[in-house]
Every structure is written in structure tokens, then in C-alpha cells.
Design a protein around this ligand. Structure first.
Ligand code: SOE
Length: 381
């Protein structure tokens, strides 16, 4: 891989995850960071030995030594910085959701495709070895015709009324909270594994807490807020959403997302029911894949590179028995992106802006269906 230089904007939980994953890739160097305040970027650069801390995001985008911009900022900055990066001639790796609305995602698709630059979105869950195995089996038709796809993404970090974070605020997180934040992952995964688009949806959304206590200081995702001096604010974003689904080949399905389900942390799961068996995968136990059978014992496939399908084996870094997990899937996705930047004839196996735009359309269709009480067709553009 030829040397490529990355710049990371945003130094929170995600900025650090991107940095660590990038440092495992040969031929990639993280040369610059920027944050919401210059002191934050400087402290991060010092702590993690990144050569340059820029005063702000635009200064990083003007840095001629940055080839690829990683956008690890809160959701409301995704559109403007992704756009600015493409205009500055940088390849982009954006956190999800790609932008706050499908009007914005459509504009980014246009810009990215015209620019000839590589533009990807971090739907990282695709790149667990056992997800790859499931994909190979479903798309290879090993279990016969696909009937149903179902699953969930359940969390509990917003269970209590005093739980708060910028994601609750529609101006910063987007009008669709649970759907945009974690529903986007589930829908991306379901379509990636099956290779089929979701074409029609019937949705239901619910906000459990009509008001929440907004603390004076910003609270990080997954952390408890300090409620001293907090003010009561109305909540318009959903805590829960579910949808019935129709896929393009006639398969059916359903999924639910929730950020108020006690005990569930990152409970992302899917199940695929086919004519001759079923598959089930769960993110919190990611190194196994369950194969359900009716007329014989069900089976467990484990992360053993000697036994996995060739496509899945490419995502295994360690021998059988050594668990691989969340940080590894970032490296896997980034490897595919950086390889494609270097060699455009290599497969573009990463979530593209176009795919993320289609997910944005899909989530908006679920919301529309909820508001109008009817099935909605997901626009194709
Ligand atoms: C919070 O819900 C969050 O950090 C999401 O924003 C991520 O995309 C998800 O992977 C983990 O949970």
C-alpha cells in the first residue's frame, strides 16, 4: 500500500477509535487532528503522538499533507465537513449518519461521485468475520431461498429521564435519533448481508420520555449526566422505533431499535430465515454464528480461519480461539477503503455515500409511515 496520510476531525470516543484502527494499517500515517477547540486538539495530538494539531476543522482541510479526512464530529457537522473535504480534494471517511437529512445525503452523493474521490461511511459492523460468513452463505444460496430477515439494535444508555447527550437534541443529532444513530447500522447490515434492498416499510416510533433533564455540561455518550442545575427540556426525537419490511425479491422482515431497553448495551443482532435453515448473529458475542436447523441439530460456526469461507477469512487477523471484536472491524473497513484509494481496481467493499443515502431515505420512509399510518415505498434515487 502506498503511503496515505490521514487527518482526523473530532477527538472524542470515535476519533480515538479511528486513530487506533488506522495505526494498525501499514502505509497509513495519521498526520493531523482538529477538534472543537484548539486546546483539545493539542492535548489529543500530544497524548497520541500525532504530528499536527490544527486550530479548527477548516485548517485541517486546508492542510496539503492530508489525503483522507476522517469525520468523527457530532452529526450536525457531518454534512458541512464532508462537503468541504470533498471540495478540498480529500477522500472522506465519515461517521454515520452521513448527514441529517436525505436532501443533504443526496447532495453529498452527487459531489462525491463527480469528484472521483473515495467517500465511505463507517458502518463498521459489516466487517466482523462471522457477518462476512453469514453474507457468503446467504448470497451463495447455501440455505436456499431467503424468507425472512429480522433483528434489533437495543441499548439502555438513555433509559432514565436524566440521561442526556447531544444526540437527544434534533439540531445536533438529527430529527431521527434512535433510527439515525443505530437503526442506520441495522438497515445497512441487513441489506449488506442479504444483498437485497428494503423497498417498503411500515413503521412505528415512540418517545418514552416527553421531557428530559438537560445538564449544564456536555455529557459523553454512554455516560451518566451530572444533573445539578439541569433544566427540563421537551424531547422530540424517538427513544424507540420498529418497522415491518419488504425486500426487493419479496422477502419480508422486521426490526426494532431502542435506547431505553435496560441491560442491552450494543445489542445489535440479525436473523435470516431461509428454506433450509436460519442464521443468527449478535454483536455482543460476535465470534459465533448460529445455524438453525429443523430436522437435525442446529450448529455453531466459530471464528476459525481454517474453516470459514474464503471471503470471511480475509477479515480474521488471529488464529481460532482468540476473540476479535469491535476495534478490529474499524481496521477491516479502513483497510478496504485505503486499499481502494491506492488501487482503484481493488473491490470497493465499503459502505459508500450512495448506500448511506439509500439508508437515509429508508429511515425517513419509516418516519413518514409512522406519521401517516400507512406502508411507504422507499424512494429509489
Ligand atoms: C451510540 O448510540 C453509539 O455510539 C452509536 O453512535 C454508534 O454508531 C454505535 O455503534 C454504538 O453506539
Amino acid at each position: 500500500m502506498a503511503k496515505l496520510r490521514a487527518g482526523i476531525i473530532g477527538t472524542g470516543f470515535m476519533g480515538k477509535a479511528h486513530l487506533e484502527a488506522l495505526r494498525r494499517l501499514p502505509g497509513v500515517e495519521v498526520v493531523a487532528v482538529a477538534a472543537s477547540r484548539p486546546e483539545k486538539a493539542e492535548a489529543f495530538a500530544r497524548a497520541h503522538r500525532v504530528p499536527r494539531a490544527h486550530a479548527d476543522a477548516l485548517a485541517l482541510l486546508a492542510d496539503p499533507e492530508v489525503d483522507v479526512m476522517h469525520n468523527c464530529t457530532p452529526n450536525h457537522l457531518h454534512f458541512v465537513l464532508n462537503q468541504a473535504a470533498l471540495q478540498a480534494g480529500k477522500h472522506v471517511l465519515s461517521e454515520k449518519p452521513l448527514a441529517l437529512t436525505s436532501t443533504e445525503t443526496a447532495a453529498l452523493v452527487k459531489l462525491a461521485e463527480r469528484s472521483g474521490l473515495v467517500a465511505a461511511v463507517n458502518h463498521c459492523y459489516r466487517y466482523y468475520p462471522l457477518v462476512q460468513q453469514a453474507r457468503a452463505m446467504v448470497q451463495g444460496g447455501v440455505l436456499g431461498r431467503l424468507y425472512l430477515v429480522h433483528g434489533a439494535y437495543l441499548q439502555d444508555w438513555l433509559l432514565y429521564r436524566q440521561d442526556f447527550n447531544w444526540r437527544v437534541d434534533p439540531a445536533r443529532g438529527g430529527a431521527l435519533r434512535a433510527l439515525g444513530d443505530i437503526g442506520s447500522h441495522w438497515c445497512d447490515l441487513a441489506q449488506y448481508v442479504t444483498g437485497r434492498r428494503i423497498t417498503h416499510v411500515s413503521g412505528q416510533l415512540a418517545t418514552v420520555h416527553a421531557t428530559r433533564l438537560q445538564p449544564q455540561a456536555e455529557t459523553a455518550t454512554f455516560r451518566s449526566a451530572d444533573t445539578r442545575g439541569a433544566s427540563e427540556v421537551p424531547v422530540t426525537t424517538e427513544d424507540y422505533a420498529a418497522a415491518l419490511l419488504r425486500f426487493e425479491d419479496g422477502a419480508s422482515g422486521f426490526f426494532a431499535v431502542s435506547q431505553v431497553s435496560a441491560g442491552h448495551k450494543n445489542g445489535l443482532s440479525f436473523e435470516v430465515d431461509c428454506a433450509e435453515g436460519a442464521l443468527r448473529w449478535h454483536q455482543e458475542d460476535p465470534n459465533v454464528l448460529w445455524i438453525g436447523r429443523r430436522d437435525r441439530h442446529s450448529e455453531i460456526v466459530t471464528k476459525d480461519p481454517a474453516l470459514l469461507d474464503g471471503q470471511a477469512r480475509a477479515y480474521v487477523h488471529y488464529p481460532a480461539g482468540h476473540p476479535e471484536g469491535y476495534p478490529d472491524v474499524f481496521t477491516n473497513l479502513f483497510r478496504n477503503v485505503y486499499t481502494h484509494i491506492t488501487d482503484r481496481s481493488s473491490p470497493a467493499d465499503f459502505p459508500t455515500f450512495r448506500e448511506a443515502h439509500q439508508v437515509a431515505r429508508l429511515l425517513e420512509a419509516i418516519s413518514l409511515s409512522h406519521r401517516e399510518g400507512r406502508w411507504v415505498e422507499v424512494p429509489l434515487d
